[in-house]
Structures are given as structure tokens and as C-alpha cells.
Design a protein around this ligand. Structure first.
Ligand SMILES: [Zn+2]
Length: 203
């Protein structure tokens, strides 16, 4: 699957300024307000829009950021990741090719960093740690280039798992709904009709 032209326009507008009003965003994306809101809803259900977060200036808050790369035993990666994600100071954790994890740690002091690295080193299967302090953020997390997107992985609207292969498409109320299999499709259809009936009764 690819992004449609309208989806691309909506994502561009949204990425640049998610706090703007729906109306002005729709204008920027060159679509009507209801279309804009339908597409946003669709992108959220597909799992492409994952959320809307506030970006904080950690330096102004007197916090320190460290980047930690870890070599780990791949056979224990699941348990290791589980333990690391529990540490509140870990702001971000990504998996890299091979047997490496990369974490962003935000702490109030060097003592606190020591505590975190001690915990990390104590986790069974963590082989090596490299810690570097961030001395300046030269470019904030910015927009994602969308022009070259051609291979979408989307979530099933019903079970929320990533759809493998061609999605099952349901056309309802002039909108497309994407499901991973026939079972999800029929369950979803049932739920959709039920919710629709309920909302009809309410209004
Ligand atoms: Zn499913």
C-alpha cells in the first residue's frame, strides 16, 4: 500500500503544526474539514499517526541527556528490553542491527546517571555499555520525509496487529476500513454496525 495524495497532504500539515485548528490544517492540506478529520482518524487507526506529544527543552529544565549504546546477548534480548523499559530515566529505547540497543537517558545529575548505568550493567545479558553526554541538540526531531513512502505497514482496525500481506478492505459509509483477516473483518463489521445502531438510538 501507498499513502494517498490526500493522506500525504494531511500528514504534512499535521506534522508541521499539530496544535493548529482543524480548520486551518484542512485549509493547508487543501481538503475540506470533514475530509481532514476523517483522514486523521484513518491514519490513527492504521497506526501511522502514533500520537501527539509535547516537546520539552530538557536543558531549560536543568536535565542532562545521555546516549547509551549497549551490546547485548541476543538470546536474552526480550528479558533485557523488558527490564530496561521499566527504568523511568530511559526516555527512548531502540533496537539496532545486530545485537545492539540504543537508549536515551534523561537524568537530573551525574549521580543519577551512575545509578542508571549500574542498573543497566547489572542486567543479565548486557555485555558492554558506551555512554556519551549530549552537549547540545543541533536539530530537534523534525518532520518525516513522505515523498518516498511506498510501502505502508498498517494496523488491523480490529485486532491492532500489523497487517501481513494484502489487507481485507471493507467499504462502509463511504470509507475504507482495513483488517488483517476475514475473522477480524466480520467481527469488526458486527461491532461497527452495533456502535452505529447505538449512536442512532442516542441521537
Ligand atoms: Zn486483525
Amino acid at each position: 500500500m501507498e499513502l494517498s495524495e490526500n493522506q500525504t497532504k494531511v500528514l504534512k500539515a499535521l506534522q508541521n503544526d499539530p496544535r493548529a485548528s482543524m480548520r486551518s490544517l484542512a485549509e493547508k492540506a487543501d481538503v475540506s474539514t470533514p475530509t481532514f478529520s476523517n483522514i486523521v482518524d484513518e491514519l490513527e487507526k492504521m497506526g501511522i499517526v502514533k500520537g501527539y506529544r509535547t516537546v520539552l527543552d530538557t536543558r531549560k529544565l536543568g536535565l542532562y541527556t545521555f546516549h547509551v549504546s549497549m551490546e547485548i546477548d541476543v538470546h536474552k534480548s526480550e528479558e533485557i528490553v523488558e527490564k530496561i523499559t521499566e527504568i523511568v530515566e530511559i526516555n527512548e529505547l531502540v533496537e539496532l542491527d545486530g545485537s545492539d540497543l540504543f537508549a536515551k537517558v534523561i537524568v537530573q545529575s551525574l549521580d543519577e546517571l551512575d545509578d542508571v548505568t549500574r542498573v543497566l550493567k547489572g542486567i543479565e545479558g548486557v555485555i558492554r555499555l558506551d555512554v556519551a553526554r549530549e552537549t547540545g541538540c543541533l536539530k530537534d526531531p523534525s518532520t518525516v520525509p513522505l515523498e518516498t513512502v511506498s510501502n505502508l505497514d498498517i494496523d488491523c482496525y480490529y485486532c491492532k496487529k500489523t497487517i501481513q500481506g494484502t489487507p481485507v478492505k471493507l467499504d462502509m459509509d463511504g470509507r475504507k476500513h482495513y483488517l488483517c483477516c476475514e475473522t477480524c473483518a466480520s467481527e469488526y463489521k458486527e461491532k461497527y454496525q452495533r456502535l452505529k445502531e447505538e449512536s442512532k438510538i442516542q441521537t
